[in-house]
Design a protein around this ligand. Structure first.
Ligand SMILES: [Zn+2]
Ligand SMILES: [Zn+2]
Length: 314
């Protein structure tokens, strides 16, 4: 029996989008119209204009055909030294589908003494019918314990283009594996978080959804997407005892579970690989890298007790 990771369930064409974007509505240098046009020209299907503490539903360039996921970015600031904070992108449905935020609604920065005190900010995102994305944990100076001190978030950034290009941070998924190993069910997002035009267009997600906001949000919630900086993933599935990935030609394919990289396969131009998950692991995911060093990451397939009980019987 084959069980596909949710991104590859069915025959839908995967939509391309970016969930974390800044404009002149907060501290970036391009207008929302310019940014929207830039992403549309790069072939994106959707975009969230998540300016700091200022909610947006509006499509500033509707003639492009790109659609807007409503959203913003909220922050809670922790005591120093250095950068120490919690940033969360809030993404929601259209206003007539239960989104409690309003266009241009603004918020203040929150000041807290521990990360767990950011919980009311997180809960207000849920209370307004929105979905949180935990942002750039390395740039924010977070520990995995800080993330674990908050309620579960369904989505977290495993790549943030702005933080990578400006600071060499949030270029890998170490936090993600730590949370997954501890039993958190969290899906990995690649975002741009661009504040300058050159930062736009490197980190994106490919979503198994229809071309509308509600369908994309529902797909995000159930992990029906993958994250990429370039390479394409065509399938990721379990077939009996094997995990299998199929992808565009790359130089490296690696499976991860238990925070350990397993079964690295190196190119040139490899387009698939498989492994047998190590008994007892609660998830398996795969990541790939092309000749230019650009990565892509599948979301995990979760391997519960039922899976391992079933495997023992065979
Ligand atoms: Zn941020
Ligand atoms: Zn940001």
């Amino acid at each position: 029996m084959i069980v596909h990771q949710a991104a590859f369930d069915g025959n839908a064409t995967l939509l391309k989008g970016n969930l974390h974007t800044h404009t002149t509505r907060s501290d970036a240098i391009s207008s929302p119209e310019t940014v929207t046009r830039q992403y549309a020209a790069m072939g994106y299907d959707f975009l969230a204009l998540t300016d700091h503490r200022r909610y947006n539903y509006k499509n500033f360039a509707p003639q492009t055909g790109l659609f807007i996921i409503p959203g913003m970015e909220l922050d809670a600031n922790l005591p120093g030294p250095g950068c120490h904070c919690v940033h969360i992108v809030s993404l929601g449905p259209p206003s007539d589908h239960g989104n409690g935020f309003t266009q241009d609604e603004t918020f203040d920065s929150v000041y807290v003494s521990t990360a767990s005190e950011a919980e009311p900010m997180l809960q207000s995102i849920y209370a307004h019918g929105n979905l949180p994305v935990f942002c750039h944990p390395e740039w924010s100076g977070n520990t995995a314990e800080e993330i674990m001190s908050l309620s579960e978030v369904p989505l977290m950034e495993i790549w943030n283009t702005g933080c990578v290009l400006e600071n060499g941070l949030d270029s890998h998924a170490a936090y993600w594996d730590e949370l997954l190993c501890k039993g958190r069910k969290v899906y990995g997002v690649a975002s741009d978080d661009g504040h300058h035009p050159y930062q736009n267009g490197l980190g994106f997600i490919r979503v198994n959804a229809e071309k509308n906001v509600s369908s994309v949000l529902s797909a995000l919630e159930r992990g029906a997407f993958y994250a990429s900086c370039g390479p394409e993933i065509y399938d990721f599935y379990l077939e009996d005892d094997k995990a299998v990935i199929l992808c565009s030609p790359v130089e490296m394919i690696r499976f991860r579970h238990f925070r350990v990289p397993y079964v690295e396969q190196h190119g040139p131009g490899i387009t698939g690989h498989q492994t047998v998950p190590v008994e007892g692991t609660n998830y398996i995911r795969a990541e790939i890298m092309d000749r230019e060093g650009r990565m892509a990451w599948t979301n995990p397939i979760f391997l519960g007790k039922d899976y391992w009980d079933c495997r023992k019987k065979h």
